[in-house]
Design a protein around this ligand. Structure first.
Ligand code: S3P
Length: 428
């Protein structure tokens, strides 16, 4: 239950490091030569799964939970060793999909699995392009889901041009990472551009990657060199405080040092479309990743339409956008977002079921949802389905709901934001 006063949210807050960038820093640091130092690393369960997997692959990583500094002693592109046990990615789709690309280029066999949620999520989407490159990757239960088994032979992967049916940074990154080990260049074209952290960071490590419109191309066998990486604050975590600042009357918040990469900033565009008072201060470049302080003030929001090319830039923020829509005047339509069904939970169904319990006017559609805003929300028992983004979204909704809200499996926020409830309490 969120312990709250009814007053405005005031002051400033720093959210933890970006999850996507933290994962990549460990992976690319492991494949680089030399020692990579990462600061503002996200000590969330997903990124710790990535560290554990690379430990099992023979990479020494210094990480203390009390610090956000991680040191990775990279062994170069061909320095990984065969793990003794099956790799366990926990709840992390990013770990599973990106590491599969890397592991397809090794000369040892390896098995991977994860928790119940991971074992339900689609892996055919990476197996298809990896098989086209010549990888021998199988779903052990033949259901296109984890556990996966990669049976590497001495045959080299072949570079391909993959037309991905889905705009997904996880698919794109998986194929580009396999492309590091291929003969010939590897390209991925996606229907609309997804987050480009892999392209930006691998370039920083010394890889040659060109990006033209929705196509990224990688040249194989670079010598990756260790780097210092300072991880920006995660805009996906900032989104909960952006929303809280906008809907709780008289609030004014500054969220400091947040990554605002244009492939991730859809939440800011949508808030503006809804009439939000939101502005950016102290914009600067952090190793190719733009960062800024985000300033939000309580606003009377209007319903809006969210769909098309913006969707991949806010895919993880749709649950909190649905909450914003409940407090907006008029109708909000979210479409082209069928990918929500294959996230940590089916986020269309879970949002609709829980918001309906709270009294919202919301309907599921095959690729999104329709929300008629303005109905007061009532406290309810929320089934988070152990999905961190669902739990955090309803913690924000509960700030304005009449009566108590109980979030089941509330501790699942550990996946991306272990200190979320304390940080929120600090502002309420
Ligand atoms: C991620 C990409 C997104 C996102 C996930 C993190 C990444 O998934 O939902 O939380 O780090 O590449 P898709 O690329 O599959 O949409």
């Amino acid at each position: 239950m969120i312990d709250r006063k009814r007053g405005p949210l005031k002051g400033h807050i720093t959210v933890p490091g970006d999850k996507s960038i933290s994962h990549r820093a460990v992976m690319f640091g492991a494949l680089a030569e030399g020692t990579t130092e990462v600061t503002n690393f996200l000590q969330g369960a997903d990124c710790l799964s990535t560290i554990r997997c690379f430990n099992q692959l023979g990479i020494e990583i210094d990480n203390r939970a009390s610090s956000d500094r991680v040191i990775i002693r990279g062994k170069g592109l061909h320095g990984l060793s065969k793990p003794k046990d099956i790799l366990d990615v926990g709840n992390s789709g990013t770990t599973m999909r990106l590491i599969s690309g890397i592991l397809s280029g090794q000369d040892f066999t390896v098995s991977l699995t994860g928790d119940e949620s991971i074992q339900r999520r689609p892996m055919g989407r990476i197996m298809t392009p990896l098989q086209m490159m010549g990888a021998d990757i199988k779903s052990v239960k033949e259901n296109n889901c984890a556990p996966l088994f990669i049976n590497n032979s001495l045959d080299k992967l072949k570079g391909i041009h993959y037309n991905s049916p889905v705009a997904s940074a996880q698919i794109k990154s998986c194929v580009l990472l396999a492309g590091l080990y291929a003969e010939g260049n590897t390209s991925v074209t996606e229907p609309t551009l997804s987050r480009n952290h892999t392209e930006l960071m691998l370039t920083q490590f010394g890889a040659t990657i060109t990006s033209v419109a929705n196509t990224a191309t990688i040249v194989p066998n670079p010598k990756l060199m260790a780097r210092k990486i300072e991880v920006p604050g995660d805009i996906s975590s900032a989104a909960y405080f952006i929303a809280a600042g906008l809907i709780v009357p008289n609030s004014e918040l500054i969220i400091k040092n947040v990554g605002i990469n244009p492939t991730r900033d859809g939440i800011i565009q949508v808030c503006r479309q809804m009439g939000a008072h939101i502005s950016l201060e102290n914009v600067l470049d952090n190793g190719g990743e733009p960062v800024a302080d985000i300033v939000v003030r309580y606003s009377e929001l209007l319903g809006t339409e969210v769909g098309g090319a913006i969707i991949p830039t806010l895919i993880d923020e749709i649950p909190i956008i649905a909450i914003l829509a409940c407090f907006a005047k008029g109708q909000t339509i979210i479409k082209d977002a069928a990918e929500l069904k294959v996230k940590e939970s089916n986020r269309i169904d879970v949002m609709v079921e829980n918001l309906t319990k709270m009294g919202a006017d919301i309907t599921a559609t095959p690729d999104g949802m329709i929300i008629n805003g303005g109905k007061p929300l009532l406290g309810a028992t929320i089934e988070s389905k152990s999905d961190h983004r669902i739990a955090m979204s309803f913690a924000i909704a509960s700030l304005l709901a009449e009566g108590d809200t109980v979030i089941q499996d509330a501790e699942c926020v550990d996946i991306s934001y272990p200190n979320f409830y304390n940080d929120l309490k600090g502002l309420c």
